[in-house]
Design a protein around this ligand. Sequence first.
Ligand code: 8YV
Length: 313
Amino acid sequence: MKPVIMQVGSLPEWDETPLNQDFDVRRYFEARDKPAFLGEHGADVRAIVTRGELGADRAMIAACPALELISVYGVGFDAVDLAACAERGVRVTNTPDVLTEDVADLGVGMMISLLREINGASAWLHSGQWQAANYRLTRRVHGKRVGVLGMGRIGRCVAKRLSGFDVTLHYSDIAPLSDNEEWLFESDPVALAAQVDVLFVTLAASAATRHIVNRQVIEALGDSSSLINISRASNVDEGALLDALETGRLGGAALDVFEGEPALDPRFLSLPNVLLLPHCASGTVETRRAMGQLLRDNVTAHFRGDALLTPVN
Ligand code: 8YV
């Protein structure tokens, strides 16, 4: 008998084929009536495979009384109810490290694209407007003052990449880094924002970090600075961000994550000073193959009784 697992979101075919070979996969994401699906299949489910942005909430976990493992396709596990897992002894795994560089690469690309207005300049050419006039002047990247809010794997990778742009690198985290004297530590996110031209939000999301980029942080950034979010939308007060972007009190924003994604607040779509991406920072063939392999290896290890490769709890 193959162990029964529940797949919460779609995965590439190169992951779904081996999952279906090795396990009895119940496809939650295809059910029109999801409560009915859980009522029909939940009792059989021993493991859940989910995506970082989808997670597994308390109700889903409660509907699976035989649940042993939740394997997350992504580094962010904030959408998994860890307290519910602790109450039931359910193990949780994620896919760290394999996606760090891609997320950092895209974050730096978002900064360059936003400041140098690559989208706008390309649209200018394609529209034929270049025949009449050159595109407007944009903003220099190298030499800027850049802040990184959250010096975990992704934040450090962003900082390392930025060293190639001769920037002044400031950062905020729970404590200063013990292995780096060059980067400038600031404990207060508002003070950090006041010192930089570009602020990257890279910290892992949790209840404790919700809206850490609040109205005060956004005001401290100001009308000639930009915000880049490659973490989770919950780390930013999106209402305050929209207000500041619409009134010009914030210079610009490059965002890969949104409250309610893939739906997003329509106010974003009429803003001239933003770069909006569909949560694709880890979205390369190479990285998604590695994430899927790690997701599956964790499930296989669990059912073999082996040590989990990348446990969260
Ligand atoms: C994932 C993410 O690729 O890693 C995470 O936590 O948000 C993304 O990098 C996404 O969750 C996959 O759907």
